[in-house]
Design a protein around this ligand. Sequence first.
Ligand SMILES: Cc1ncc(COP(=O)(O)O)c(C=O)c1O
Length: 394
Amino acid sequence: MKTSSERMKTFPDHFFAGLDSKIKELQARGEDVIRLDVGSPDLPPADHIIDALNRSAAQADHHGYQPYLGPDELREAWAETYQRLYGVNLDPDSEIIPLMGSKEGIFNLVMATIDPGDVVLIPDPGYLTYNRATRFAGGEPVHLPLIPENDYLPDLEDIPQHLLHRAKLLWLNYPHNPTAAVADLAYFTKVVSFAHRHNLLLCHDAAYSRVTFDGYQAPSLLQVPGAKDIAVEFNTLSKSHNMAGWREGVAVGNRRALESLHVLKTNVDSGQFRPIMDAATAALTGDQSWLIKRNEIYSQRRDLIIDALRSSGLNPRKPMGSLYVWCPVPPDFSAEDFVSTLLEQTAVSLTPGTIFGANGAGYVRISLSAPTGKIEEAMQRITRMLQRSGGKVG
Ligand SMILES: Cc1ncc(COP(=O)(O)O)c(C=O)c1O
């Protein structure tokens, strides 16, 4: 009996699936494991969002299939959000598609636009789904190095011509997972003109656009004049509104690319649960001031982590956005060694940079999405271990 396609055999288990079983073992030994590896917000959404979910769920006619594009109110709420935050006009009927979380849309847009042999330009390190989707589609992922010397922005002039000729799609993601780097409008403007010149579909993953600190506000790629001619931007309520488990995202921008995504989705899913979409509408249109207070909590956690790591002789950059601190590991140790020793000796779980690509070597990603007390405890454990070992791990 055939239970796996040849294609599936080329995909390793997801890193976090393996990590989960290691963590279960430690917990079975009685260890109090602190997980700073995943980026799933620990704080709840605001009450008015949960109230909207409950009110909608109480309606007898809200339990059936919904239109593929969801209720008009949800798309209008995204349009209003883009207008208010960025001054970007979007047509709710042709330039906005609600998603079951942005991961689904990121994957499906690649499936809907890429043919076997097409090159897809992907940041390295970067969110794994860009690479995985490309390989599922039979495309060729070409990795663009993100390095500190370039502020973790791809150097577009460095892409070899023979690959650029075959390239169809270029991914960007700012604030960036995992490096927490940000990009300004000047850089976006350069990339939009590059994409125009080389006939590329430009996709910007803005998952962390509203998790920002110290007054910084992340721009939308669609603020660049002419961006909609060639670009799609993905957004999500997972990180912005603490709703990761609700699965509510959006793709906005170029209507022809969105039409392909729409056709693919009508073959794959049958829309979303109405109460979740109504609650998402409430999240977008209701009071947004709680996000400021929530971001202050993240920035306090960020400071706590940065101070502890710096006092241990490590040198992470201070992020202006995202849910992560990106930190070089002590010299002479690989990211994997550092992470597994830390887990064994202190029961603190971090993510090795290498799972995000070859350029993640020598780095770990530390998540801000755990209760502040737990982060404090984790930093004490890490500091003690580094002091004991004099910076030497293993
Ligand atoms: C860069 C980036 N994009 C997209 C996603 C997917 O988010 P969701 O599917 O919850 O909207 C994540 C999740 O961690 C992410 O880090």
